[in-house]
Design a protein around this ligand. Structure first.
Ligand SMILES: C[S@@+](CC[C@H](N)C(=O)[O-])C[C@H]1O[C@@H](n2cnc3c(N)ncnc32)[C@H](O)[C@@H]1O
Length: 379
């Protein structure tokens, strides 16, 4: 369905909403930047020397670091303000989403499956594994699967509205430097990561695992206009949003609700399988199963490439390990450290990918890095 004015052009916070969201973004940026740097300084100049004097060595891991920070007044203030900023983020973004929801719903209802560009395949019998089903990830009200009484389209819409606000406050700008809601910049970034490693890949079919609201999939469709593009996710509410987002923007993209461990596609269906920040939001014990399924789905010559958070403990000093742990304990990121403690090369190898085809690198993104991992499949 191609409408005169797409929903993407309607998704604009009004002046008051914009002011509140800017305040939240600035508060988060202050906490993530200057205040975290002050915490690191306090650690080096006060907390660590004090610990060394008592224990004869510096803290060795996040647990030892936590015992120091737990009593530190600046850390406690930082934690309280982080917690509140997350609450304010959802509250201020929901205001915009509630205002725009009736228009989105009207457009969704107007979709006719007979004339849609892409398909939406939902599975009402799918059992979402626990604890993924019941966790409110990032403390988003209702999580990825919605709360009772909540309008389903709100799930994807709110996630979509908050994502760029959250990301830019973390200092992560996409490759285009554009941080407006719905921008497909991370999809373009992933295509850049694919192109640098596999410049000759011209996929006929692309699969985006854990596609969420489907913003990245638009970039895959635009880059490979002849390819069949699929997004897959556990969450039906996310996929309903993704479907209306694609149709409204005039993009032919198919969506399927399934567990990435059991996608239901035939072996050899895809030449490019990607994911963007899915692995740190799924159970770490199912990671090799998801990778094994990706390997089954790839044709010979195909590529599996994933982008995720670069928070492996070996790369982080103690203050950052502690502030990351705070996110796990207090900010709805229960799978984050389980993921970060895994060795992705080992997981890919367990899934059957050949050692010499596996990659796991830190690629730059804005002021930060991402972990880019995956493998080619020769045969
Ligand atoms: C952080 S969101 C990322 C969404 C999107 N890729 C993006 O970058 O905005 C993680 C997504 O992974 C999905 N997910 C988590 N575990 C999954 C699994 N086992 N199979 C399929 N999707 C999964 C969640 O439902 C959620 O939509």
């Amino acid at each position: 369905m191609q409408t005169e004015k797409t929903f993407s052009s309607l998704y604009r916070p009004n002046q008051d909403e914009g002011a509140r969201q800017s305040f939240v973004g600035a508060l988060k940026a202050q906490l993530n930047g200057p205040v975290e740097r002050r915490l690191a300084e306090r650690y080096e100049t006060i907390l660590k020397p004090d610990y060394e004097q008592r224990h004869g060595q510096a803290p060795q891991d996040r647990w030892e670091g936590l015992t120091l920070f737990a009593k530190d007044p600046l850390y406690r203030l930082w934690g309280a303000a982080q917690f509140q900023s997350q609450h304010l983020m959802w509250e201020s973004v929901e205001e915009t989403c509630q205002r725009l929801l009736p228009e989105l719903e009207r457009r969704y209802q107007a979709l006719n499956p007979e004339t849609c560009l892409g398909r939406l395949e939902l599975d009402p019998d799918l059992k979402v594994p626990e604890p993924i089903a019941s966790v409110e990830i990032h403390r988003q009200p209702g999580g990825y699967f919605g709360a009772s009484g909540q309008h389903e389209l709100m799930t994807g819409l709110t996630y979509f509205g908050a994502l760029e606000l959250y990301r830019s406050a973390k200092g992560v700008l996409n490759d285009a430097g554009n941080t407006s809601a719905g921008d497909a910049g991370m999809g373009r970034y992933i295509l850049g990561a694919v192109g640098r490693r596999f410049p000759d890949l011209e996929p006929k079919a692309v699969l985006d695992l854990g596609c969420g609201p489907g913003t990245d999939a638009v970039a895959y469709r635009q880059r490979f206009p002849e390819a069949e593009v699929w997004g897959l996710d556990l969450s039906a509410p996310m996929l309903k949003f993704a479907h209306i987002w694609a149709e409204d923007g005039g993009h032919r993209i198919n969506y399927r609700q399934a567990d990435a461990r059991r996608t239901g596609f035939d072996a050899g269906s895809f030449d490019l399988i990607v994911s963007d920040i899915m692995f740190h939001e799924t159970r770490h014990d199912i990671v090799p199963d998801i990778m094994r399924e990706a390997r089954r789905l790839l044709r010979p010559g195909g590529v599996f490439l994933n982008v995720d958070v670069p928070y492996q403990a070996k790369r982080l000093d103690i203050p950052e390990q502690v502030t990351n742990h705070w996110q796990v304990a207090n900010n709805g990121e229960p799978f984050w450290t389980g993921f970060a403690d895994l060795d992705m090369r080992e997981q890919l190898s367990l899934a059957g990918f050949a050692e010499d085809e596996i990659f796991a690198d830190y690629d730059p993104l804005g002021q930060r890095h991402t972990l880019v991992f995956g493998a080619g499949k020769r045969s």
